[in-house]
Design a protein around this ligand. Structure first.
Ligand code: SF4
Length: 393
């Protein structure tokens, strides 16, 4: 498939959507191309193709976002058409640019073929044109395993398991959801909720949690979700070999090494910046540690969320990754290093949040990137000194 220019590929209606592959975003180091792996899964061949794409058309790094999307950076206007042809040929991007207008669907990464999460995702995919047209940031989570695992991942509408073991649909901002009898009913209920969201003015609010309108009578928020599952341990787990990505990114060489063993069949992405590498045979065949990826659950880099910052993001006035690296041996608490108040790397509060502003850092305690700082205008050295004095490290 030959793609010549971005203008040729995009219809005017796509303008204003979230960045994707067909609508890349101009950032500090070129175009950012976002890939949404279908069902959150890539075959071994697709991972290798992605690595080739990052090395050939990008800056050689592959990122994983807090919504389980994959990002390539450093793409140029000149290289983008060839990159898109390559991604489409390898099944990494839908040939139809319109597919990107659908809300992102995040799946609990431990899904099995035929279970409710997998079935729900397939049903929703088949009914995708029935979903309401919503703002680009609205997302869906299908998290129908025994216990929710995506509770703190950003989503606006969720299919989950309730305390009693049944299925439920929950709107973000509500502690409880509506019970449903089957996964088919859950999908239909979710579709109906998206239409209620738009018709009741949710598009102006932008996200479900900001939509201050009571749910309709046919969607009573009456049941609680089951207790969330806690474990995000690295290393060999029942679901596969789990690797962490330092601050959400790693060189293509590391991704390639992770899938090099012949027993590897595919890889799943998670919203907590971990990769799950699946093997054909897991008994007695533990995969090795990979340079550039985290294999040890006690690695303190796992406590830190850091966005790309300068020079990678045009919104950033500070470099975030070097400070995150410097702090990584010191922290024992959750830390968010953000290039600006948008806070892309972490939606929830962190014990300490450092936010770039006019070339310096503002420091927030127990808050989000858009919370009120307790200190402003700190250099890297001043941040470290302040945190040491505070005993926050
Ligand atoms: S938080 Fe700001 S600086 Fe960081 S990636 Fe998002 S927009 Fe860019």
């Amino acid at each position: 498939m030959a793609i010549n220019t971005r203008e040729e590929a995009l219809s005017p209606g796509i303008k204003g959507w979230c960045p994707g592959a067909w609508q890349p975003m101009q950032t500090g180091d070129g175009l950012l191309v976002r890939v949404r792996p279908p069902m959150g899964e890539l075959s071994r061949a697709q991972v290798l193709a992605l690595c080739e794409a990052a090395d050939t058309f990008g800056n050689g790094l592959i990122e994983l976002t807090s919504r389980a999307n994959i990002q390539l950076r450093g793409v140029t206007d000149a290289s983008w058409p060839a990159l898109m042809s390559f991604l489409v040929e390898n099944g990494l991007v839908d040939a139809n640019p319109g597919a990107e207008r659908l809300p992102p669907i995040m799946l609990a990464p431990g899904w099995q073929i035929g279970d409710d999460t997998h079935t729900g995702a397939r049903l929703l995919q088949a009914r995708r044109n029935a979903l309401a047209i919503m703002p680009g940031k609205v997302g869906i989570a299908i998290d129908a395993g025994d216990a929710p695992v995506l509770s703190d991942a950003a989503a606006d509408f969720r299919i989950e398991r309730s305390e009693s073991g049944g299925l439920m649909v929950r709107a973000e901002g509500y502690q409880r959801g509506t019970p449903v009898d089957s996964i088919e009913a859950a999908v239909e209920h979710l579709i109906r909720l998206t239409h209620w969201f738009v018709e009741s003015g949710g598009s102006q609010a932008g996200r479900m949690r900001r939509h201050q309108v009571a749910l309709p009578p046919w969607a009573p928020a009456s049941v609680r979700p089951a207790q969330p599952a806690a474990s995000r341990a690295l290393g060999k787990q029942a679901c596969g070999m789990v690797y962490g990505l330092p601050f959400g990114r790693a060189p293509a060489t590391a991704w390639r090494k992770a899938v090099t063993p012949a027993s590897v069949t595919h890889l799943r992405v998670t919203p907590w910046r971990r990769l799950v590498v699946k093997q054909a045979l897991t008994e007695g065949t533990a995969l090795p540690a990979v340079e550039g990826l985290i294999s040890d659950s006690s690695d303190s880099r796992l406590l830190i969320d850091a966005c790309p910052g300068a020079p990678y993001c045009a919104q950033a006035s500070v470099a975030t990754q070097p400070l995150a690296e410097r702090l990584s041996g010191l922290v024992e608490t959750s830390l968010h290093v953000s290039g600006c108040a948008k806070g892309c790397a972490r939606q929830q509060a962190a014990a300490v949040c450092l936010v770039g502003h006019a070339g310096k850092f503002n420091l927030i305690v127990n808050g989000r990137a858009d919370s009120t700082p307790v200190q402003t205008g700190l250099s890297d050295a001043e941040v470290i000194a302040y945190l040491e004095n505070l005993g926050a490290l």
